[in-house]
Ligand binder design. Structure first.
Ligand SMILES: *Cc1c(COP(=O)(O)O)cnc(C)c1O
Length: 361
């Protein structure tokens, strides 16, 4: 049996470091916004090469808080790829803004810079590139357009811990970035956790207050803020795991290259391989016209898979006012994509077995 993802196995090599981190926090008697959060924020900002990192409760909050802090007029438009993860879309509507869906690049499945300009209106205020599956969006042209039209750029980096674009780290490619450390991410906590990275001093200061009721100073409230704090326990665990992130991403790349070289089934469309070393392979997503049959076939051979994602945002009940949109590239993607197991706990033997099974389908 090869499960799609077994977090027991993923966290096993770090068990001692995680236990030491947890014991340190328990013994400290200080559980919210203390030294562990400060330390992790400094380490992660350093890792992303940004001036600031602000720990928050989860990835959705990270994105929502930035969009709220920018304080655009209600109903302002944010451009996003139509195959984005639902949390990225939720952040836009939670901030009182309107998502404008554009079709993804059919090769990379990422926000297509060529489709942004036609979608810009007088109400457009921001672009939200999601670095889906671990590969950075094409930020050069995205940032040029943002500059020309005076739009903010919010990276959704929740699947891209350690990814790079033109030599720069994900999280340092726009005006701000939202991160999730949900347990299954490349850098995963043992619970919910998130962060924002930015080089904007004023934004960072505001967000530090906003995550804590709007108070920079205890009992002094400058904003009607939120409670979205990263806790000490998760911060300590994240610091312990951060030191292994590059090594684990490199193992992910090795597995991805095995799949890319080994899979010979001509009905399968492989993911783009032109940025093997910049991509952090959060997911290895193939396409097959009979995806559900392939999935059942693999399950019968003990191989777990997943689908990211089965339903596009504009076909979700929560966004039924967008149901009339015709977005054929996304709609076809959602029918054909299949995520193969890819995580640092997978052995070479596992990968060879999966490749062999796929080639015999
Ligand atoms: C996981 C994820 C989020 C949301 O993160 P949470 O911590 O679960 O709120 C947002 N965007 C993307 C692309 C994600 O993968």
């Amino acid at each position: 049996m090869i499960p799609f993802l077994d977090l027991t196995h993923v966290n096993k090599p770090h068990q001692l470091a995680i236990q030491a981190a947890a014991e340190r926090v328990i013994a400290s008697g200080w559980y919210i916004l203390g030294r562990e959060v400060e330390t992790f924020e400094r380490q992660f900002a350093n890792y992303c090469q940004t001036k600031h990192c602000i720990g928050v409760a989860n990835g959705l909050d990270a994105l929502t808080l930035v969009l709220k802090a920018w304080d655009f007029p209600a109903g302002s438009e944010v451009i996003i790829a139509s195959n984005a993860y639902i949390a990225s879309v939720l952040s836009i509507t939670h901030a009182g803004l309107t998502p404008v869906f554009v079709e993804p690049d059919p090769q990379t499945y990422l926000l297509d810079p060529a489709k942004i300009e036609p979608a810009i209106t007088g109400k457009t205020k921001a672009i939200l590139p999601v670095h889906l599956y671990g590969r950075c969006c094409d930020m050069g042209p995205i940032n040029s357009l943002a500059q020309r039209y005076q739009l903010k750029v919010l990276e959704d980096a929740a699947q891209a811990h350690g990814a790079t674009y033109a030599g720069k780290q994900a999280g340092n490619l726009g005006d701000a970035a939202g991160w999730s450390f949900y347990p299954s991410k490349n850098l995963g906590a043992l619970g919910d956790a998130g962060a924002i990275t930015t080089n904007d001093d004023a934004l960072a200061e505001q967000l530090r207050a906003w995550r804590n009721y709007g108070s920079a100073q205890k009992y002094i409230t400058d904003y009607r803020g939120h409670n979205s704090r990263l806790d000490e326990l998760q911060a300590a665990i994240l610091s312990a795991k951060l030191q292994y992130l590059d090594r684990e991403n490199s193992r992910r790349r090795t597995i991805a290259s095995f799949y890319l070289e080994g899979i010979r089934n001509t009905d399968i469309l492989l993911p783009p391989a032109d940025q093997l070393d910049q991509d952090v392979w959060h997911l290895f997503v193939i396409r097959h016209p009979r995806r559900d049959n392939l999935r059942t076939y693999l399950r019968d051979r003990g191989i777990g898979t997943d689908v990211h994602y089965p339903i596009p945002p504009h076909h979700q009940k929560a966004y039924e006012s967008y149901a009339h949109l015709s977005l054929p590239i996304s709609e076809q993607l959602h029918k054909e994509v299949l995520s193969l197991p890819l995580n640092p706990a997978l052995t070479d033997t596992d990968v060879a077995y999966i490749i062999d099974a796929i080639n015999k389908f």
